[in-house]
Write a new protein. Sequence first.
Length: 520
Amino acid sequence: QIRRSLPHGHVAAVLGMVHKLGLERMIASRNSQQRKLVVAMIVARIVRPGSKLATARGLDQATRTSTLGQLLELEEVNEDDLYDALDWLLKRQGKIERRLAKQHLQEGTLVLYDVTSSYYTGRCCPLARFGHSRDGKRGFPQIVYGLLCNREGCPVAVEVFEGNVADPRTLSAQIAKLRDRFGLQRVVIVGDRGVLTQARLREELADQEGLDWITALRAPAIRRLLAQGRIERSLFDQQDLAEITSPDYPGERLVVCRNPLLARERARKREELLQATERELEKIVQAVRRAKRPLRGKEKIALRVGRVLNRYKMAKHFEVEIGDDHFSYHRDEASIAKEAALDGIYVLRTSLKREQLDSRETVAAYKRLSRVERAFRCLKTVDLKIRPIYHRLSDRVRAHVFLCMLAYYVEWHLRRKWAPLLFDDEELEQAAARRRSPVAPAEPSESAQKKARTKRTRDDLPAQSFQGLLEELGTLTSNQVQLASAKEAQPFWMQSRPTPLQARAFELLGISPTLPGASP
């Protein structure tokens, strides 16, 4: 008789990767209860993200929901134990990040940095402030956090800021971290135009020897270059990128890129927004002209017009005339043409010399920021679900975000190992190297296209998403068995037999799924 059945395969895979990465030793060299609890929370965040109460119940011997507590030899666990472990982890964050940096960052390396935010449902956390919400959640405070990754997108460090801190103001803390904490004297920071602004470059990076950067210009700056005649359409007759110079940027290199597919997409989107705006404005025109209960009053008409223009963000492309009893509108063709001139064009700026990084390599380096965006997507929504944030104390929130970063560190390595089983492109780097131009959109390799088309892997196994593979591994169970013919005998643990897909997943990780002490 099976007395109890616990999901095991997904836990064994994630915990096995933690062991192979040596993450336990990075957290603390000595095995302790706090280290076990931190490892348990990292694994639980990947396998089944939830509150600390739910995690504690899943680990406790009496209420276990997987073999995680059994594998880590945890017996009685409650949420207060996990909170204490979080406090212990935060005190070690600097030391852990130094060890990660030593392993994944070298002198002269590219460092990717970007900032995001998560909204906070509550009013008791000092970090939660009202600011620019990337989640589009009005009326909710938020926290801001910045993530440092190496050139491949592997996370190295994270820092949490108050929700009203502007993105550029987070940069100085990262420079200090790279220089003072990690001891890197030569480094290239890659950041988007919202982080590496003109003011930050002038005040914090200009005079620092060995500290170079790659970023992009904002639209107004690109318009100025167009007005100066620095950017001409003839630049892109034979190629899609070119280097230019400007006295506005002394000692810097400017790389102008034009992506025709992006240009067509922006033109299409703008036209759709213009048409949608016109449809709504036409309704206001009819409301003003109708015979029965017409819309009257300059203020009332202007209020409705403002709502429409703000909704579609098209106010700059329309000229309107509003009176007490009339309303008319028409497109501002000059404004539309002025914006259309920038379609598909972006300009990168860097302090690196050409012999250090040529134009193609500069564009490729900047486009690596998409890997940080992928990290944010996994952290915030797809896999690790950094929110809802159940903590009120600032340090607990910081520890929670750091814990999620460590979980993504493990997931990042799992995804690389499991790429043959996932819909992920196994030949991403090779495909990028074969691309005729880094400006051109990334194209999946032939093997990735075949995988997407047939939904099968090279081993003729069903291709999976990351979460789908974890769910599949979770069906590999460990079962507590009692012999019906010998009631007095002690029950024993017996493990189910892995499917071909499960066996292949563990083979790629190079670990065994067998639970210690269990019968195969």
